[in-house]
Design a binder for this molecule. Structure first.
Ligand SMILES: [Zn+2]
Length: 361
């Protein structure tokens, strides 16, 4: 080959390399020492998205040490390879999806450094999108089979829930929200819980169920803001003001429980004062629990217009006995040791007898 040609080729390689690899960068720094002992996975039907609920360093150390994920994506968008993707990682725990238990045996687990109810960074969204696209292609996985850990995790009967139930975890639940799925390039999502519908499980966490299958989207407008430099704000605003592309239907036979991700209202449209004429004979719409102001003091909880005291915890009065299925909902509050705890954030082990339970009216 002539010198000129080699030079031209070198220039082409330099130019093309970053385009080919996309923005996704991998690291083997935290590859798990558990790899040799993990069996090769026989099939791959699901991609399960998690949130670590902890910072990057402790998350990566723990995941690597225990071999609990195939990938972990930190805030900068680096994808750390933990367990080799053809082996089993222990990421889903007690789990079931569409009648099939032990999802570890047929899924890939991606941990995202962050929290189930907070936006992740824009770099993370880009990295998840690219990684998921790569894995979907490799294992022929449809959009609706890219699920959250909270979709598939289930709990065994306990003090508060007499049956096997969905809602053991809220891990990764933000990845079911329409605005997040759109950013991840996922056009479909599960329309309902196939195991609840088949009565293999009952709903143990009504709020989670609404996030996974309803219209709750607390991330609209928040995505990327936590990392967006000032100069880029305009870009995000324009991104959200664009109408999302039309979502085609996938054939039913492939994923009978799949539904298209529905359009998301842009924050720009939201900020406009809505001129709504209330329909006659109906009460004014109640603010959704997510939007309502959070009580922080006992005095606020004792406001009988807004809250109802449901009982006091005791040896025979468990949170479940007092608040029923809503014991861990965001609309249930516990008052103990001078503090107000929201149902979805409280640890049942840390509410002593004498704790007062309030429900939002
Ligand atoms: Zn998880």
């Amino acid at each position: 080959m002539s010198g000129v040609l080699i030079k031209m080729l070198a220039v082409w390689v330099v130019l093309a390399a970053p385009l080919q690899a996309g923005a996704l960068s991998f690291s083997n720094r935290y590859r798990s020492p558990r790899n040799p002992e993990r069996p090769i996975r026989k099939s791959t039907k699901l991609i399960v998205l998690h949130t670590t609920e902890a910072g990057a360093k402790s998350s990566l150390n723990k995941l690597s040490e225990r071999g609990e994920a195939h990938y972990c994506i930190d805030e900068k968008g680096t994808a750390y390879r933990i367990v080799d993707r053809n082996r089993e990682a222990f990421h889903a725990g007690r789990s079931m999806w569409n009648g099939k238990e032990e999802c570890d045996s047929h899924s890939i687990g991606i941990e995202v450094v962050g929290h189930h109810d907070k936006p992740v960074t824009l770099a993370q969204l880009d990295a998840i999108r690219d990684l998921v696209a790569m894995l979907k292609k490799e294992y022929k996985i449809s959009d609706a089979n890219v699920v959250c850990h909270s979709h598939v995790a289930y709990g065994a009967p306990n003090k508060w829930q007499k049956r096997n139930h969905r809602g053991r975890k809220r891990c990764g639940m933000l990845f079911a929200m329409p605005s997040v799925r759109q950013k991840l390039g996922l056009k479909m999502k599960p329309a309902f819980d196939p195991d609840v519908r088949a009565r293999r499980l009952v709903v143990g966490d009504p709020y989670l169920e609404k996030v996974l299958y309803g219209k709750i989207d607390t991330m609209v407008g928040k995505l990327g803001r936590n990392v967006a430099p000032e100069s880029k704000q305009g870009f995000f605003a324009s991104f959200f003001s664009k109408r999302p592309p039309e979502m085609p239907n996938e054939p039913e036979k492939e994923n009978y429980y799949a539904k298209p991700v529905t359009a998301v209202e842009s924050p720009a449209a939201k900020e406009k004062p809505a001129v709504k004429v209330p329909p006659p004979k109906t009460a004014a719409p109640k603010p959704s629990p997510v939007q309502a102001k959070e009580p922080t003091t006992l005095r606020e909880l004792e406001d009988r217009m807004k809250f109802k005291e449901a009982g006091v915890l005791g040896p025979k009065a468990s949170p479940y006995k007092i608040a029923g299925r809503n014991w861990n909902a965001s609309t249930t509050y516990y008052f103990t040791r001078g503090k107000v705890l929201r149902g979805d954030r409280m640890d049942p082990k840390k509410v002593p007898p004498g704790t007062r339970v309030f429900l939002r009216k």
